[in-house]
Each structure stands twice: as structure tokens, then as C-alpha cells.
Design a protein around this ligand. Sequence first.
Ligand code: PEP
Ligand code: MN
Length: 322
Amino acid sequence: MLIRFKRKDKNNRTKLQAFLKKNPSMARITLSGPAAAVIEELKEGSSAALSPLLEAVFPGASIHLSPEELFPQALKSSFELGKSFAVIAGPCAIESKKSYLETAAFLSGLGIKLIRAPLFKPRKSTYCFQGLGEEGFAIIAEARARYGIRPVTEILSSSLLPEAEKYCDIIQIGARNMRNYELIKAASMTGKPMIIKRAQGAGIKEWMMSAEYAAVRNKKIIFCERGEHDMFQEGGINFNLAARAKKDFGITVIADASHSSLGSDLVEKGVLAALIFGLDGAMIEIHKKPEAASVDGKHAISFHQFEKLLRKISDMEKCLKK
Ligand code: PEP
Ligand code: MN
């Protein structure tokens, strides 16, 4: 931790020593001067815990914490999605058993291993379709048993975790819930791999700190960049941010190429961009009849478009290897 004092005061050092004496988890000052000090953390997490207290002792000081101090466990997180670019595809919401099994059959026939299995939809309007809810777990179970495809389900409430744990292979924390630390903690206790989407306005640091809530007990984390979003506008995917997080911290990062596309015509470009930026995979919403989808039909791609896209991914992968 680096602390820059507001005033160059001889008392700073004495005050700091007194503070550290009371807080032995951060006892060692390895470098100090009249204006700044570097304090070594002896117990993991102590810098993050003590920096607000230091701010009170040294008003106006600026305190800088390293990634290792802020999110030590999230730095060790990773989830192997496969050797090549991973694709998680499926509907925005499961609509019926018939349509879902058809989608699962289609995807597994193409060698896709992970299927979106959304039963609980975080809709902006309470009047819109909210998903099939708990009754849909039986449909997921059937798709998994028949096709050996692994379901990815977003959970909005910790009360549904026992069922999600039983029927789903990956638990998704949606963008709206990246800041719902209690839900993240509860989901991590299942031991299941987790997708953590980046929330609106969050930077890499905040994203990683949210993941830290899971990583202290569960390091199977896939970070998913889905772009900015609010009630009035969509802000597009931040590929630079996603690739930077992956490169700097060695974590697993995918992009949801659908939700920020604002239309199915740009989904393919988003997926290929994720590949070019070196991300580990993409999440893609597909629908047999996009115009009839009960949610997000405007950006769902058809089965035919999806097959074409898979061929392009494979071509692009070859091209990037050259
Ligand atoms: C979703 O993936 O179904 C979803 C609701 O995404 P987000 O949390 O990114 O809005
Ligand atoms: Mn959707």
C-alpha cells in the first residue's frame, strides 16, 4: 500500500507507527519519507480493511492498493472453457419444453457444450415476461440428460441456488447483480463455476473486487463483458477493458455479443471481435424464429445465422494462428 500524505508533517511517521502498532496485520513500513510511505501487508486483505481507517487518521491522504492487495484470490481464479474459443449459446429465455429441447438438440449436434438456460429474467418492466421460473428446471434437466449439454442459468435470488446447483453446470450472476455481494457469496458456496458479468459503469477494479467475494471460496470464475446498458441507452461492449483484464490478470474472460448489439446484424461482428481481442469465448442468443421470441428477439440470431457464424469463428481462429 502506498500512502501519500496531504501535508509533509514530521508527525506523519510517528502517527503511522502508532497506527501500525495497533494493527499488526500491516506492520512493516518498507520505505518512508516526509510525503509518502509504502506499507507492507503481512496478512492478506489487511490493506483493504485498514485503508478506510487510515483515511480517517490522515485526512486528505491518497491511498493506493495493488491488485494483489485488493483482490488476491480473484487473481488466482480461472475456469478452463476448452482449448479453442468457447461458445455459450441459447435463447434469451426458455419459452417452452418443445422449443428448448429443439434448441438443445441443434446445439449439441454442432458440438456446442454449453447452453444458455435462463429461467429468471431480470426485466426492466414488471409487465414483461419474467421467465418460466422454477418449473423450468425440469426442462433443463431433460435437455441435459438427453443431449449431455451443460446449462448456464442466471440466478436472481439465493433461495433458488439449491435447485440451480442440482440442475445447472454454471451459475450466472447478471450485470445487475455484479454488485449484489450477498448473492455472489451464496452462489460461490455451491462450488459451481460462475459467470460474473460486468455491471454498468464498473471498471476492471470493481469487477475484480466483486469476483473476490466468490474467489475467497470458489475460483471457478468466468468474467463476462456485456457492454454498458441503462434504461435509455446501450453503450456497446468494451473490448479493450475485457482484453486488458484478461491480459493483465490471466483470468478467463468472454464477451456477451448479443445484449449490446442493438440488433442481430451486429452480433456476428461482436463475436469475431471477441476472438480478435483474444478473449476466451462468447455468449450468443439464438432463436429458431427470432421474430417470435418472447424476449430479446431483436438481437437473437437464427439457427442458420448461428451455423454460419460457427464456420466464421473457425476460419478466423485459423487465420489468427498464422
Ligand atoms: C442474460 O444474459 O440473460 C442477461 C439478462 O444479461 P445481462 O445481465 O447482461 O443483462
Ligand atoms: Mn437476452
